[in-house]
Design a protein around this ligand. Structure first.
Ligand SMILES: Cc1cc2nc3c(=O)[nH]c(=O)nc-3n(C[C@H](O)[C@H](O)[C@H](O)COP(=O)(O)OP(=O)(O)OC[C@H]3O[C@@H](n4cnc5c(N)ncnc54)[C@H](O)[C@@H]3O)c2cc1C
Length: 426
């Protein structure tokens, strides 16, 4: 099994496979991990998922938590009353998220091979021949977690329909005087030793971003000069939104940004990538080891594609609401925003079709982390899920929980066999 890309998606998929005892290799084209972060947040749902593997504490030790999420600059969502063990957003640099996941993966016996690029591949009924650098590897499955410009997606010929960009922006992480910039005219974020500045670009441009150009745009926006110092990271983004037509194509699978790109509004990319990985890992592990029920792997596409489509729609709406002429709509949303919006943006309302009859409110949802007693020992649902295996809890009135923590069956003896056959195999 080969995972292309050691970003958040690739690292967590690989860890899930390794946890299930599957032999997996992870390659990344970059010579090493970037020490500079793109994103800075983990959502309540990501922390819930990490908790299901006993990892949340490591991440929570890294940064502050705030009891709100950002819907738009200036429009915040109150998370304090959310139905979760983690009613907050964790501030943590993306490169630290990746380092912690890479450590977890190393504890499971897998080391990332940096400087190894997936160049091409061909698949047949039994496996995939993958060209990695100058070598050719034969693997059972290839998981493309190789980011928005995914070679795996392109070489698989998977269509990537969506909408082209209509607005363009720059991210500049530079040494600068935060107070002089924080006057409300531009989006600025204080960071240790530098400032993140986000600027609109009047027209699309390509190629590397020059500091002089950023300074020019900034001067024009401010109507005065605030000198920018040493640049740490300069990059472009747009509001383009695209989604792979299929996430599973024979023995080639996509996850994270390789499967979907969307406007950066809402800062959810890492979180969606982790949720893709958590949904995929156990299904792929069961498939490759021959114990999966028929069609299990396809449910990864069936469950995550609609979630991805919803992320595209929400982030596009967030992006559009940033427009000046839509200020009244933005104000209206700010007034109405409540639990439903917070659940949507954090992904806490994620529901997967349980594929059995039943209308129990827990079916398809992430199982709450309830205390339970097993063989006389007090424990919790999260603790029981740590080995990444399904959990059947007769004492809770009868609940079957999938390895990713979602509820597959509740209490109805007539549907237990069907649920087991659907999710765990006969
Ligand atoms: C400015 C900015 C701010 C952001 N802020 C946030 C935020 O606050 N919160 C949040 O959740 N998200 C945020 N995001 C989004 C987030 O960074 C991405 O969605 C996330 O990194 C996606 O993870 P991934 O694992 O799918 O892909 P990536 O992190 O892009 O990882 C892909 C990996 O694949 C490797 N690779 C590429 N091609 C190949 C190949 N051919 N062979 C082998 N390896 C290859 C790359 O080197 C890379 O390491 C932000 C993004 C930007 C640009």
């Amino acid at each position: 099994m080969l995972v292309a890309g050691a970003g958040p998606a690739g690292l967590l998929v690989a860890a899930e496979l390794a946890l299930a005892g599957v032999e997996v290799a992870v390659v990344d084209a970059a010579p090493r991990r970037s020490s500079h972060p793109r994103g800075f947040t983990l959502s309540a749902r990501s922390l819930e998922l990490l908790d299901r593997r006993g990892l949340a504490e490591r991440f929570l030790a890294e940064g502050p938590v705030v009891p709100y999420g950002m819907f738009l600059p200036g429009v915040f969502l109150d998370l304090s009353a959310m139905d979760t063990d983690h009613p907050y957003t964790l501030g943590i640099a993306q490169n630290r998220v990746e380092e912690l996941l890479e450590e977890w993966l190393a504890e499971l016996g897998v080391r990332v091979r940096w400087g190894s690029e997936v160049v091409d591949f061909t698949q047949d009924d039994d496996g995939v021949d993958v060209v990695v650098g100058e070598d050719c590897w034969r693997v059972s499955y290839l998981v493309g977690c190789d980011g928005s410009r995914s070679t795996v997606r392109k070489r698989a010929g998977i269509a990537f329909p969506g909408v082209d960009a209509t607005s363009y922006g720059l991210v500049a992480d530079v040494e600068a005087d935060f107070d002089a910039l924080a006057t409300g005219e531009v989006f600025v974020l204080p960071r240790p030793g530098y400032v993140r500045i986000v600027l609109e670009e009047p027209e699309p441009r390509s190629g590397p971003v020059e500091l002089e150009y950023v300074q020019e745009l900034l001067n024009a926006r401010l109507g005065r000069v605030v000198p920018l110092g040493k640049p740490l990271w300069l990059s472009r983004f747009s509001d383009a939104a695209r989604q792979a037509e299929r996430y599973v194509h024979g023995r080639v699978i996509l996850a994270g940004d390789a499967a979907h790109v969307h406007p950066p509004a809402g800062a959810v990319g890492v979180n969606v990538a982790l949720a893709d990985a958590m949904n995929l890992g156990w299904k792929l592990a069961a498939t490759v080891s021959g114990r999966a029920p028929a069609g299990l792997l396809q449910t990864y596409h069936d469950e995550r594609h609609p979630v991805g489509a919803r992320v595209l729609r929400t982030t596009r709406a967030q992006s559009l609401l940033g427009r000046e002429d839509l200020a009244p709509v933005r104000d209206l949303v700010a007034e109405l925003n409540g639990k439903q919006l917070a659940e949507l943006v954090t992904g806490l309302d994620t529901w997967y079709d349980p594929r059995i009859p039943g209308d129990h409110p827990l079916l398809g949802r992430l199982a709450p982390n309830l205390p339970v007693v097993v063989d006389g020992r007090p424990t919790t649902v999260s603790e029981l899920l740590r080995p990444g295996r399904p959990v059947l809890l007769p004492d809770l009135g009868g609940v079957l929980i999938r390895p990713d923590g979602h509820v597959a069956w509740v209490a109805d003896p007539a549907t237990l066999t069907a649920a087991l056959e659907t999710w765990t195999g006969p």
